[in-house]
Design a protein around this ligand. Sequence first.
Ligand SMILES: [Ca+2]
Ligand SMILES: [Ca+2]
Length: 225
Amino acid sequence: MINQKTLFTCALLLSSAIGATANAKPLLVDINPQLDPINIPPVLIPVPLPEDKQSEYEVRTAGAHFFKRVVSSTKFQTTSSRKFTDLKYAKTRVMIPPNSSALINASFDAESRCNEPGGTANGWCEVRILINGSEGAPAASKYPSDTLAFDSSDGGNEGEGSWESHAMSRHQCVTNKSDDFKPVEIAVEWKLTNFPADTNPQFWLDDWSLVVEMAEDCKVRKIVK
Ligand SMILES: [Ca+2]
Ligand SMILES: [Ca+2]
């Protein structure tokens, strides 16, 4: 789906940044899978650690599904925003029953185009799904610069006719400890990432669907090394 999305890692010495001893082991950090490693000089880049440590992986388990909603559109939208903004109409609200928890599963698929006329930047077009105010797991956008490329411009090789079909899903346990139903909003946001400021890339989405499901009694386990 993303031809140039090649994972690479950079050995990063953080001893001075975090006050560790000179004997501290180098920390391996994914600095940017979307960038072409051929064009990046092999230097140590001072990537700040996120406030809360990333899990190696996470497991969410629930029982039977008890709810499903599908929001969809056949009308295209475009954005040139470099900051996350709402994908119009791709938003809905569900209700968590009193004194319960639910696994909320949100899936999004669309016809997509991500292009920069005349440009050669290794930019990408990013989507995130907010569940109850924060990005559902895997929360890729929470840990820049290794964020999710829903689509990419392929270094300028994508054009006005580069329509493709892409998909993603996000998940979250939401607990309602009250005696009333708890409203929870699910919203799709989109933006352009890593394009130079003086360029005019465009992100197109069309024929999209947002599928929201809930399953009863959610438990989450985060595995951190
Ligand atoms: Ca259409
Ligand atoms: Ca593409």
